[in-house]
Ligand binder design. Structure first.
Ligand SMILES: [Zn+2]
Length: 113
């Protein structure tokens, strides 16, 4: 294995770790958002209910906006190519970086039985 192969292997391994961590972060964010919606729904039939000092509708919308902002901030901060460091866009299942074209997944591993 030469130096270029080592570099490709390093990028593939770093992308696999990044993808796993990013997937976990997305699932956790969705779970928090779901819990937020369940809590809001549990209080929705009651008059004059507030969450965190805000009217219920504002609290729900604020939670959704906050989740969207956190998701966007996470994506822009961490969803970056291990080789070129640029933002990779909104697709989790890519095999190559859309910016620099470096291979991100171990295609040989996928084709083996
Ligand atoms: Zn790249």
């Amino acid at each position: 294995m030469n130096r270029a192969d080592d570099e490709v292997e390093r990028v593939v391994e770093q992308f696999a770790v990044l993808k796993r961590r990013f997937s976990i972060a997305i699932v956790l964010l969705c779970l928090v958002l779901l819990a937020w919606i369940v809590v809001a729904a549990a209080f929705s039939g009651r008059d004059g209910v507030s969450l965190l000092g805000l009217p219920l509708a504002w609290a729900i919308e604020g939670g959704l906006v906050l989740a969207a902002l956190i998701g966007t901030a996470l994506a822009l901060s961490f969803w970056r190519c291990p080789a070129c460091g640029k933002y990779m866009g909104g697709v989790l299942s890519m095999s190559h970086c859309p910016r620099c074209g470096v291979r991100l997944t171990d295609e040989h591993r996928l084709t083996r039985p």
